[in-house]
Design a protein around this ligand. Structure first.
Ligand code: ADE
Length: 270
């Protein structure tokens, strides 16, 4: 995969050279480079922003330096089709694990990190003739610019590329894969500051351990992310799963999981 990041603060992206991403770059699994649109600004001060038409606070990134920066990276694109252009913005669709998997399939990903109030909208319109544009938000909060969002998205995407993570099995069991949060994990010692690990994990019984982990996933997800439980397909849940969810007030109604008042028969306790 090739990744190009367009940013007027290229130093912000330096951490990408560390850790597993840096290793993937050294090993040639991943090619990553950062282009500064400021190098395409033509005036004496290398201006990349200006005041917004219509008034209002803040500055808007001028379209031309961004267009030239994008042209420079698409001209060298390894992709036979159009590259994906991710534009981090609090006004984008919310980035999820599912989108990370989609982006991990791309041959060429370009990220355009706007700053201040964002990039002139005409750049986004123009860019959609040259790339598949995806405005993308990290979540419902506002950052100072797209760079931090790009660090997070690049890490989430590149770890899914075969060969980047040493043990691909860890991908299968982590949070958000399979629509549930991950179960809690423990390591030695078995008793730490008078806290013992759950007995089941010492039983050596694979079936019991798998069931315990699944129960924990269901409890955790129901407590922390009930919205994720509502997205589950009840046809893919067994009786034990449904019994755990009923402790949290979930019932199957018209083929979907919905919260009702908790069943007092179920006891709860989680
Ligand atoms: N830029 C500013 N805020 C952002 C957010 N929440 N997600 C992505 N990019 C951003």
């Amino acid at each position: 995969m090739r990744i190009d990041v367009l940013s007027i603060f290229p130093e912000y992206l330096a951490p990408l050279e560390l850790s597993l991403i840096g290793k993937a770059m050294t090993e040639g699994v991943l090619e990553l480079s950062v282009t500064d649109p400021r190098s395409y600004a033509t005036d004496r001060h290398r201006t990349v922003d200006d005041t917004p038409y219509g008034g209002g606070a803040g500055m808007v990134m001028k379209p031309e330096p961004w267009a030239q920066a994008l042209e420079s990276v698409t001209a060298a694109s390894p992709s036979s089709g159009q590259p994906a252009l991710v534009v981090p913005s609090p006004a984008g669709e919310v980035f999820t694990q599912e989108i990370a998997y989609e982006l991990a399939e791309q041959e060429h990903l370009v990220f355009a990190c706007g700053r201040y109030e964002g990039i002139d909208e005409r750049f986004i319109e123009w860019a959609s003739d040259h790339a598949v544009v995806r405005p993308m938000s990290l979540g419902d909060y506002v950052l100072n610019g797209g760079e931090v969002a790009v660090l997070a998205m690049v890490e989430a995407v590149t770890r899914l590329i075969p060969g980047v993570i040493g043990n691909p099995e860890s991908l299968a069991e982590e949070s958000h894969t399979g629509g549930l949060l991950e179960y809690p994990v423990y390591t030695k010692p078995a008793v730490w500051r008078e806290r013992a690990i759950p007995d089941t994990l010492l039983s050596g019984h694979h079936g019991h351990i798998a069931r315990w982990r699944r129960d924990q996933q269901l409890h955790r997800t129901a407590q922390r992310r009930p919205d994720m439980i509502e997205q589950l397909d009840p046809a893919e849940l067994n009786t034990a799963d449904l019994s755990i969810l009923s402790e949290h007030g979930f019932r199957v109604i018209n083929g979907s999981l919905q919260v009702c008042a908790p069943d007092p028969e179920d006891g709860g306790g989680h």
